[in-house]
Structures are given as structure tokens and as C-alpha cells.
Design a protein around this ligand. Structure first.
Ligand SMILES: NC(=O)c1ccc[n+]([C@@H]2O[C@H](COP(=O)([O-])OP(=O)(O)OC[C@H]3O[C@@H](n4cnc5c(N)ncnc54)[C@H](OP(=O)(O)O)[C@@H]3O)[C@@H](O)[C@H]2O)c1
Length: 304
């Protein structure tokens, strides 16, 4: 029997690498669409695309079991008009390119799993958001809406569409945890701003399980919050991280210091100050199991 093929667009990064590892480990054929293909010896094949236009890459989608789209310029940068334009265009163009490609195939993929983010909800303060909560009105919420709308507009009648609104992913080799751990070890791991903003985190291994669940289960369709069931405030998050890293105390980082620090690090303070308290209501209703529902074991698993 031939191997099931999964195409991961934007799969060279943090989440894509973990997903590809898992799929190859289970005997899958994994194709990563990337702007700079490298030869790899881990069983993953990289194929060039530009994230925008049709090309030879389309042949790899024909007969594929699934396509996963993780493409997008990182939001961890200064949110200048130019960067915001690229953050949007890299996401929307890649969705449109995949939609056009799927429309030309003899055998379209059975499922398309599209990344989005909990940024969709904007700053939700203490309110719990599930998948039915309304969109926010800040810049990132607007970007997520355009991103999801492009996917919703794709006419791919033979392909089941799933959108994952991904939270703050905790893992090795990417995301914010390595930076926060480094700062915490330097006694710079205090609560950020007033510390009351919620963080909807998820362990990378559980996120990979969510991708797996939606690829496998024909009944799962539409939008899902990909977050752990127990979001925490920033103050709790930093306290747990200090505990795990054996740094009992660090001075808090007031908002003005976060703004200065972010500028210095080429990032955007709002990423650390916004509050998102999201619930994985649909995954829980579907009976998907989280290996890391609580923060402390997740951090203990990742930080040593
Ligand atoms: N990590 C998180 O905590 C998190 C949270 C919520 C949502 N998400 C979303 O999940 C997706 C994957 O996240 P990740 O952390 O794995 O991101 P990542 O490591 O930055 O990987 C994203 C991939 O997108 C491609 N890319 C970057 N800029 C591009 C551009 N201008 N045009 C076309 N392609 C571009 C890159 O592939 P090549 O350079 O190989 O072409 C890169 O490997 C992203 O869409 C992200 O917004 C992530």
C-alpha cells in the first residue's frame, strides 16, 4: 500500500517541523512547500513554491491525503505598515494559491487544515472565548479575519476544511518560550504589565495531536480553538516559569519597560500585553485528549 502523502505549506518552521517529524515517524510521506528548498535526510522532502503562484509544486497535492497551511511571516516583529502588509499578504496569498491549485486537481486532498490564531478574538480581558465568540477589532484580529475569510471563500467541494485558531505555542526550537526562559534565567522573568492579561497557551506536542485529530476524523470540520483547557494570567505564567527554572523572584516589568524592551528586541509590546482567555470547546466536545492540560507539567516537560 502506498504511503499517505501530507503536504505542509510553510512546514519548514517551528510547528511544521514538529508535525512533519510526527508524520514521518508514523510512516507518512511528507512534502514541505518552502521558498528555499534544502536536501534533508530526515524523510521529509522539500519542494519550492513562492507562496503565491501556481508552479510545479501543484503535482504533489494531487492525490494527497491532506494539505496543512502554516505559511506566514512571523508576527514577532515591529508592526510597521510594511511589516503588517507582509504579515497579511503572506497568509492570504498562500491560502489563495492553495485554493487555486486544489481547484485544478484530479484527486483533491481529503482535508485542508489551515492555521489561524487566537489573535482573531483581539483583547478579550477576562472573558472566555470559544469558537462562537466574535472577532476583535485590533490589527491582528483584522489580519486573522482576512486570513480565515480567504480560506472560507475557497471553492473546494471535495476537500473538508478545518481552521485551527492556535494559541501561544510552547515548545523547543521556536515560539516565545526559549526567549522567556533565557530572560527568566537572567532574573528578568517578572510579570509583564499588570500581569492580569490571560495567555492561552498550548504544548507543541498537544498541538500536533490536534492537527492529527482533525486530519483523521471526517466529522471534524470548521473552526477550532487549538489551546490548552487551562489558560493562565501572565503573572501566573511567569511565576510557574520562574519556579520551574529555579528563579524564585524577578522584578515585574511595567508596561513602559515592556514597550522599551520590545522596541529594543525588534518586537511589538502588544503581543505581551493583550489578554486572550480561550477555551478549546470544540476539541473537548469531540473528546480530544490533552496530554498537557495544566501549565506546570507542560513547562517541566520543556524547560530543563
Ligand atoms: N508559533 C505560535 O505560537 C503560533 C501561534 C498562533 C498561530 N501561529 C501560526 O501558525 C503558523 C505556523 O507558525 P510557526 O510558529 O511554525 O511559524 P514559523 O516558524 O515562522 O514558520 C512559518 C513559515 O512560513 C513561511 N514564511 C515566512 N514568511 C513568509 C513570507 N513572507 N511568504 C511566504 N512564506 C513565508 C516560512 O517558510 P519558508 O521560509 O521555508 O518559505 C516559515 O517556515 C503561522 O501562520 C503562525 O501565524 C503560530
Amino acid at each position: 500500500m502506498s504511503k499517505k502523502r501530507i503536504v505542509i505549506a510553510g512546514g519548514s518552521g517551528f510547528i511544521g517541523s514538529a508535525l512533519a517529524d510526527e508524520l514521518v515517524g508514523r510512516g507518512g510521506e511528507v512534502i514541505v512547500l518552502t521558498r528555499r528548498a534544502r536536501r534533508r535526510n530526515d524523510g521529509v522532502r522539500e519542494v519550492v513554491w513562492d507562496g503565491e503562484h501556481a508552479g510545479d509544486w501543484i503535482q504533489f497535492l494531487d492525490g494527497a491525503e491532506a494539505v496543512v497551511n502554516l505559511t506566514g511571516k512571523s508576527i514577532n516583529c515591529r508592526h510597521t505598515p510594511e511589516n503588517l502588509r507582509e504579515i497579511i499578504s503572506s497568509r492570504v496569498n498562500s491560502v489563495n494559491a492553495l485554493a487555486a491549485a486544489i481547484g485544478q486537481l484530479k484527486i483533491p486532498p481529503r482535508v485542508w487544515v489551515q492555521a489561524s490564531a487566537t489573535g482573531f478574538y483581539g483583547d478579550t480581558k477576562d472573558n472566555v472565548c470559544d469558537e462562537n465568540s466574535p472577532a476583535g477589532n485590533d490589527a491582528l484580529a483584522g489580519i486573522c479575519q482576512q486570513w480565515e475569510a480567504a480560506c472560507a471563500a475557497a471553492t473546494v467541494p471535495q476537500t473538508r476544511k478545518v481552521i485551527l485558531r492556535i494559541g501561544f505555542v510552547l515548545g523547543h526550537g521556536g515560539g516565545a518560550l526559549p526567549v522567556l526562559s533565557k530572560l527568566t534565567k537572567l532574573f528578568l522573568g517578572g510579570a509583564v504589565g499588570n500581569g492580569r492579561q490571560f495567555i492561552s497557551w498550548i504544548h507543541l506536542a498537544d498541538l500536533v495531536r490536534m492537527f492529527d485529530a482533525v486530519m483523521a476524523d471526517e466529522k471534524l470540520v470548521g473552526t477550532f480553538n487549538a489551546v490548552a483547557p487551562n489558560p493562565v494570567t501572565n503573572a501566573e505564567f511567569m511565576r510557574e516559569l520562574r519556579r520551574v527554572l529555579d528563579r524564585p523572584w524577578s522584578p515585574p516589568a511595567p508596561e513602559f519597560a515592556v514597550k522599551m524592551g520590545s522596541r529594543f528586541l525588534g518586537s511589538e509590546a502588544s503581543l505581551a500585553l493583550v489578554s486572550q482567555r480561550c477555551a478549546p470547546k470544540r476539541f473537548q466536545a469531540a473528546g480530544v485528549i490533552f496530554n498537557f492540560p495544566e501549565l506546570r507539567p507542560a513547562l517541566e516537560n520543556l524547560c530543563w
